[in-house]
Design a protein around this ligand. Structure first.
Ligand code: EPU
Length: 427
């Protein structure tokens, strides 16, 4: 078993460079299938979710070569069969983007129901609604989602809820549909825009990404391309919050400050000073944390993927902060772990009431999902004494070299391997 061991109490100081965006990479990698040729993807994050998707491509018959640490060459000329089996898909949510890209490429796809973080029911009805509107017949048999069509025809699709996944999947499937597809009430996250830019660089005709309406004019074929993924908004936000939480001073490089505005706004309200540069942002906190209310919403609102991190920071803000989760039904499971560290948080459905305490204390805790794990890391950095975080594979799904990056900012953190026989004896 591997765990992170943190001795808290150090203020983060120095510079850190943000990696490519996980949630853009996990859409762009499956999208390369649409090219039937060679794509070079730059600024790719070295995280386990990316490794799994590249393995799926290899299993399908594609060639994948790492050119350097952040650049991968993918040749999708040959595909054996348009299938992603359970063993490959179960580890992560984004494996279902192969549904859209394989449909677009092969006119059929069979993909196992996806895994990923568990925060309430994660339906895929809006993905299916979109595929069906374009002419697909979709069935779910024995845990596999099967979709096929003869000729996809452009359609007008209004999504009932704003969904990142459905917007991406239906966009992938529609790039070659005949005529015009109009997607309304779509997600506007930076990774939606990045995927549209990537597809356009392959020859697609997509307009409006980043607004509520995306228009896609079908093209007959797409070609390989070279493309650089945007910086990770959530990794950047996590280092911003970690800096503010520890009362530190960090220059966070390789970011798009515009993508961070909702996070910047809340950190300023909570007492941090933020300076924006062209592609960097500096966070400093000199004064005590100030209680702050936060509501998560689809972009450009405050991201749900930053909710656990800001909640743990506000544990040390004097007074009462109210955190409202506006996207997921059940994203406060990690609060039990924070309570073990001395946090005073009451949860009622989608609302958490955080009463500031003077100090958190280190404790053994478990990461329950990716961003919950990030919150525990921040909690460990803020706490008095030693925190040991188990189930760190969740964190490594989405944060590249997190130990090295935090160490370079002065944090006292180690990754420790506990031999299995020691774990077994302790049980
Ligand atoms: N929803 C439906 N029907 C659908 C799809 C979604 O009702 O067909 C609902 C969901 O239940 C949820 C809301 O719509 O209440 C939003 O879900 P969305 O589809 O936007 O989420 P997702 O695509 O499954 C992505 C990110 C998540 C992030 C959410 C919201 C990826 C791979 N995952 O998930 O990121 O929380 O958007 O921004 O892009 C993370 O990175 O830690 C993470 C979990």
């Amino acid at each position: 078993m591997e765990k992170f061991v943190i001795e808290g109490g150090t203020k983060l100081k120095g510079e850190v460079t943000i990696s490519g965006a996980k949630n853009a990479a996990v859409a762009i990698i499956p999208a390369t299938i649409l090219a039937k040729g060679r794509c070079v993807i730059e600024n790719i994050p070295n995280i386990s979710d990316v490794t799994i998707l590249l393995r799926i491509l290899r299993e399908m018959g594609c060639t994948v070569n790492l050119i350097d640490r952040t650049t991968v060459e993918i040749d999708t000329t040959y595909i054996h069969e348009p299938v992603v089996p359970y063993e490959m898909a179960r580890h992560m949510r984004a494996s279902y983007y192969f549904l859209g890209s394989l449909l677009g490429r092969c006119n059929e796809a069979s993909v196992s129901m996806p895994g990923g973080c568990h925060f309430g029911v994660r339906p895929i009805d809006q993905h299916i609604k979109g595929f069906e509107a374009l002419g697909a017949s979709v069935s779910i048999d024995y845990g596999m989602i099967n979709a096929k069509w003869d000729t996809p025809i452009g359609a007008h699709i209004y999504f009932d809820v704003v969904s990142v996944g459905a917007t991406i999947n239906v966009m992938l499937s529609a790039v070659k549909a005949k005529g015009l597809t109009v997607l309304e009430n779509v997600a506007k996250e930076p990774h939606i825009v990045d995927l549209a830019n990537f597809l356009n660089s392959m020859g697609a005709d997509i307009r409006g990404a980043g607004t509520d309406v995306i228009k896609i004019r079908g093209v007959d074929m797409l070609r390989g391309t070279t493309y650089s993924i945007i910086p990770d908004q959530i990794e950047a936000g996590t280092y911003m919050v970690a800096t503010a939480a520890t009362g530190g001073d960090v220059l966070i490089k390789n970011v798009i400050p515009k993508h961070l505005e909702s996070i910047t706004d809340k950190l300023e309200k909570a007492g941090a000073e933020i300076t924006e540069y062209d592609d960097a942002i500096r966070v400093v906190r000199r004064q005590p944390l100030i209680k702050t209310n936060v509501k998560t919403l689809p972009h450009p609102g405050f991201p749900t993927d930053m909710q656990p991190q800001i909640t743990v920071m506000l544990c040390l803000a004097k007074g009462t902060s109210i955190i409202t989760e506006g996207v997921w039904d059940n994203r406060f499971k990690y609060v039990d772990e924070l309570r073990r560290m001395g946090a005073n948080i009451q949860v009622d459905g989608r609302v958490a009431v955080v009463e500031g305490v003077d100090q958190l204390t280190g404790a053994p805790v478990k990461a329950t999902d990716l961003r919950a794990g990030a919150a525990l890391l921040i909690g460990g950095l803020m706490a008095d004494g030693m925190t040991e975080i188990e189930d760190i594979y969740h964190i490594e799904r989405g944060y590249e070299n997190v130990v090295e990056k935090l160490q370079s900012l002065g944090a006292n953190i180690q990754k420790v391997v506990v031999p299995d026989e020691v774990v077994a004896k302790a049980l």
